[in-house]
Design a protein around this ligand. Sequence first.
Ligand code: LLP
Length: 429
Amino acid sequence: WPRSAKRDEGSLTIGGADVRDLAGEYGTPLYVLDEEDFRARCREYRAAFHDGDVHYAGKAFLCGAVARWIDEEGLGLDVCSGGELAVALAVDFPPEKITLHGSNKSIAELTRALEAGVGRIVVDSYEEIARLGFLADKLGKRPKVMVRVTTGVEAHTHEFIATAHDDQKFGFARSSGAALEAVRRTLELTQLELVGLHSHIGSQIFDTDGFEVAAHRVAELLVAIKHEHGVDLPELDLGGGFGIAYVPGDDAPDPKRLADNMRRIVAKECESYGLAVPRLVVEPGRAIVGPGGITLYEVGTIKDVEGIRTYVSVDGGMSDNLRTALYGAEYTSVLASRVSEAGPMLSRMVGKHCESGDIVVRDLWLPDDLAVGDLVAVAATGAYCRSMASNYNFVPRPAVVAVRDGAARVIVRRETEDDLLRLDGEVTR
Ligand code: LLP
C-alpha cells in the first residue's frame, strides 16, 4: 500500500484524498498514484546510489507528470521505444539523461534518438551496431553506446520476465564470446563512443544474489576488455528488476544494501586487476512506481459458487491489469469505501471481460457483507498495469489520478468510446 494510505472514518484515504470522493469525481476503475510515495522512493534510490546514477524505467509507467517528477528528483530515464522517448521529449526531459533500450529499435527510433541527442543507446544486436554506426555517420553524431550483455544468471522469477539466461532474445551472451565480439565491433566504429556494459537479469526479483553474480560477471568482462583492447570502460549499468511487496510476506530488497553490495563486488574485481572502477547505473521501474499505486474498482455482481468461493465482479479486469492472467501474479485487495465487522468470505476478484481467465485477484478474503456498489482497492498496481493496459472488448482505459496533500489531479485522462471509435475507418464522428 502507498505510504500515505490511511483509514479515515472508515474509508480508505491515499495522499489525504478519500477514495469515495475520488471515485465520485473521476469514476471507476481508477488508477490512483501517491505522488509523495513515488518521490520518496526516487530519493531513496538516489541516496543509495549517491556515487552513481539512477534511471527510472519508464516501461513501468510513464506520462508527462511522471517524467517531470523524475527530473525534479534528479533521476535519469530509461526508455525502450520511440513512444516512450516522445513522452519524455514532449515535456522537455533533458535528452542527455535518457537511455534508449530495445531489442529491435527501428531506423526511425534510432534516428530520432540521435537527433534528440539522447545520453546513451544500449545496443542489442550486431545488426544494430552496424545500423547505428551508419546513421550516426550520416547525421554527423557520435552517440555514447553501451553493449547489453547476458550474464547467464538464472533469475528466480517468472519465465517471461527473466532476461539473463542464454536462451532468450536479449543481449549478447558472455559465455559464447558474443559480448566481446560486440565490444570489438563497436570499438571499431569511430562514430560510436563505447562507454560501458549493460546487464539486466529480470524483473520482480527478491533474491539479491542474482544481481551480485551478474555484477561480478560483467566486471570480469570489463577486465577482459581492458586486456584485449586496453580500454577502461567508465560505466556499468546493472539494470533494474528489484522486487516489491505485492502480498503480505513479500520482502523487497533494500536499496542501500543492494547498492553497497553491487559497489563492493564491482570495485573488488576492478581494483584487483588495476582497472578504474566504473560509475554504477541502475534502472528501477517497479520499485519506484509500483507500491505507490492502487486501482479502485466498483463491485458490480457477487456470485456465490456453492461451497467453493464467491466471485466478486468489478468494473475493470484484465484490460487494466493483465499481470494476474499473464504471469499468475498475486495481489491483495480490501473493501475501501467503508469498514465492515462481517466475517471473511473466500473470494476471487474477477473482471468484466469475456473470458474466465479474467482474474484480478485469484484468492482473497473479503467481508461477507460485501455489497454491489462497494469500492474495492487493489494494492501495488502502480507498475505495469496502466502501461500494459489494453482496449480488449473495446473497453476504454482508465484515468490515472495523482494525489498529494489531500489534492487530486488527473495525470492521464480516461479514454472514451469516442477515442476508440475515432480509429475506425468506417465510423465518421
Ligand atoms: N531495465 C531494463 C533493461 C529492463 O528491461 C527493465 C524491465 C527494467 C530496467 C525495469 O525493471 P523493473 O525494475 O521494473 O523490474 N511486464 C512485466 C515486467 C517486465 C519488465 C521488463 N523490463 C511485469 O509486469 O512484471
